[in-house]
Structures are given as structure tokens and as C-alpha cells.
Design a protein around this ligand. Structure first.
Ligand code: FES
Length: 105
């Protein structure tokens, strides 16, 4: 699976990830900036906020009520395509594009 991370300045990083890892873990392990992930993926920090490419939203599992709630606490206001990247697991043929917000804190 591949994740394309675009930062707030428009720089793109393409990262080859492992099935089962989250989009957050994949970023942290590969030194992709723009994702802080203070809580390490336990859905309690909202510093792993990303914007998912609009036409790919349907490919992702629906968000839980908890994720939905946490998304109201992000540093940069949520949009319709906001997700918490620790909740997005990489699947086999995934080719996902996300944009990181200007700040997470
Ligand atoms: Fe903390 Fe995603 S890493 S909510």
C-alpha cells in the first residue's frame, strides 16, 4: 500500500507502507512531518488530523462516534473530508492521498 502525504505547503511525500499499519504510524515511522500523534493512536489527542482526497473517502471505513467527537477538537477546523489518521489502516491495494493541516497543536 502507498500513502501520498501532502503538507500544508504542497510538498508531497510518497510512502510505501505495511498492511495493517495506520496512516499515522506510516507517517511517523517514515519521518513524514505534519502528524504529531501525541497519544500514539489511542484516539485521545486529535493531533493526527488529515484531510483525505475527496473521491477516496468512500473507500475508507466509516468513522466511529468517538473519532467524530475527537475531530471537533482539532487545531485546524475539521472539514467534510477530515479523518484521524490513526484510525485509518492500510489495506493491500490501498493508494491513498491525504493532506496534513498547517498545525496539529
Ligand atoms: Fe491520537 Fe490519533 S494519534 S487521536
Amino acid at each position: 500500500p502507498t500513502v501520498h502525504y501532502t503538507d500544508a505547503d504542497g510538498a508531497v511525500r510518497d510512502v510505501e507502507g505495511n498492511v495493517g499499519d495506520s496512516v499515522m504510524e506510516t507517517a511517523v515511522r517514515n519521518g513524514v512531518p505534519g502528524i504529531v500523534a501525541e497519544c500514539g493512536g489511542s484516539l485521545s489527542c486529535a493531533t493526527c488530523h488529515v484531510f483525505v482526497r475527496e473521491d477516496q473517502l468512500d473507500e475508507l471505513p466509516e468513522m466511529s462516534d468517538m473519532e467524530d467527537e475527537m475531530l471537533y477538537g482539532t487545531a485546524v477546523d475539521r472539514e467534510d473530508n477530515s479523518r484521524l489518521s490513526c484510525q485509518l489502516k492500510l489495506t493491500d491495494d490501498m493508494d491513498l492521498s491525504v493532506t496534513t493541516p498547517e498545525t496539529q497543536i
